[in-house]
Design a protein around this ligand. Sequence first.
Ligand code: NLE
Ligand code: FE2
Length: 326
Amino acid sequence: RIALRKWDAAEKIVEEIWFPKHASDLDNCAHVVVKYEPTEDPKHPGYGDEKYIARRAELNRIANSYKYGNPIPIVEYTEEEHDTWRQAYAMLKQLRPTHTCREYQVNIQRMEDAGVITPNEIPSLRDLSAYIQKRTGFELRPCGGLLSARDFLASLAFRVFQATLYVRHHSAPQHCPEPDVIHEILGHCPMFADPEMAQLSQEIGLLSLGASDSEIERLSTLYWFIIEFGLSKEADGTFKAIGAGLISAYGELQHACSDAPSHEPFDPEVTALRTYEDSEYQPVYFVAESIQDAMERLRKYAKSFKRSVVTVYNPYARTVEQVNRW
Ligand code: NLE
Ligand code: FE2
C-alpha cells in the first residue's frame, strides 16, 4: 500500500495519509511487527524451538491469506496446543471472581453457557466471532502476528478485531510476551462482548484514522494502558482488571491488583505520554473509575488532537466518512 501523508514542522498536513475507508480495505492493514517473535527474541519461551516456530509459521500463513468476507478458518489444533489452553484456562478461572471486572465475569459466563468458550479445547474463533457480533457488532479476523499500531487501531474503527491463531509455547501456559490465541479468547473476546468496551475500542480506532505518527503513538499507548493493562475501581474500592493482557496472564494479573506496583488514575493527558513494557510486567497500572469514565476522558482528550476532520462510522455500509471540523 502506498503511504501516506507528510507533515511539515508545524504538524500541518501537506499530503493526506492513506487509511481504510471500508471494512474490506482492512485487507491492506495486516502489517506484522516481528521483533517479539520466537525467531527474534531470545527471551521468548519458544526461542530456538524449531518445531514450534514451524507451527506458528503454518498458522500465520493461514491467517495472512485471509481476505475480507471469507469465513474464519477452522484450525485443527494439536493435542499439545489444547493442553496449553486447558492449563491456562484452569488457572485463570481461579482468579476470575477476585481479580477481574464485573463486565468480564458476566460476559465470559454467558459465553460458557452458550458453549462458545469451553475448558477442554481451544474454542473456535468462527463461533466466537458470530457470538460477539450478535452482542456488539464486533467481529474477529485472523492476523499473522503482532500488527503495526496503525493497522491494528484502524481495524477497531470498523469494529473488527484482528486476532492471532497460534498458541503460546507449551512451556509457559501462564504468560506470553506477545498476543496469542489464548490471550485473544480469554482476554479480549469477553470484553468485546461488552457494549461500552466495544464503543471505547472503536472510538480509539476512529481517532487513529489518518492520524500523525505521534498521535498514533499516543493512541496506542492509551490502548495499551486501558484495553490491554487497565484496571477499574469496583464499588468496594478494590482494583479489578479490565485489560485483556492482564486477564490472560496469571502472574501479571495477581501482580497488577496487588499493592506491589504503583497505581495511578487513568488520565489520557498523562497516560498517553508514558512508556510501556512489552515483555515484562508494567511499571505502573492505570485505574479507571469505570469503562464509561475512561471513554468520557478519552473523548475530552481527543478534542485536543490537531485534526481538520472527524471520522464517523457508517455501520450500514461499513464505511468511514469524514466530516469537516473547521
Ligand atoms: N502477556 C499477555 C498474556 O500472557 O496473555 C499477552 C499480552 C499481549 C499484549
Ligand atoms: Fe491484546
